[in-house]
Design a binder for this molecule. Structure first.
Ligand code: ZN
Ligand code: MN
Length: 128
């Protein structure tokens, strides 16, 4: 029974994340899940989010001094965070992760396993 409930909760969280490009925080996801599962707790949402991350079903985007954002898209892509409204956007770039790794390896003596690259500034709406 507990397992079934867990699966339903996890599936609901997954569906919410796969259907949005807004990179919601746990609080926002919690508000959404509550509409379908009213008795769910924030702690349960966090537990499921951690589990989904471990299963590589979702991606967590961490920023210093800000709440984590969650992403249903797990393939490599870059993000832009607006310094004014705090929204997180996907960047559709031609540069691929592997290209960046290769570039650094070619120009230094380091062997690259992974890298992090984040962009900050003003989103189109906040520029107005
Ligand atoms: Zn903005
Ligand atoms: Mn994304």
């Amino acid at each position: 029974m507990a397992k079934t409930r867990m699966t339903k909760q996890r599936k609901t969280i997954m569906r919410i994340l796969k259907n949005t490009a807004s990179h919601p925080t746990a609080d926002t996801i919690y508000e959404e899940v509550k509409k379908e599962i009213p008795n769910i707790s924030l702690g349960t949402v966090y537990r499921n989010l951690n589990l989904l991350e471990e299963m590589n079903e979702i991606m967590v985007i961490n920023y210093t001094n800000a709440q984590s954002h969650y992403d249903g898209v797990t393939k490599n892509h870059y993000h832009f965070r607006c310094n004014n409204c705090g929204k997180v956007f996907d960047l559709d770039l031609d540069i691929l992760d592997e290209d960046v790794d290769k570039y650094v390896e070619k120009n230094t003596n380091f062997q690259i396993d992974e890298h992090r690259l984040e962009f900050y500034g003003l989103c189109p709406a906040c520029q107005k």
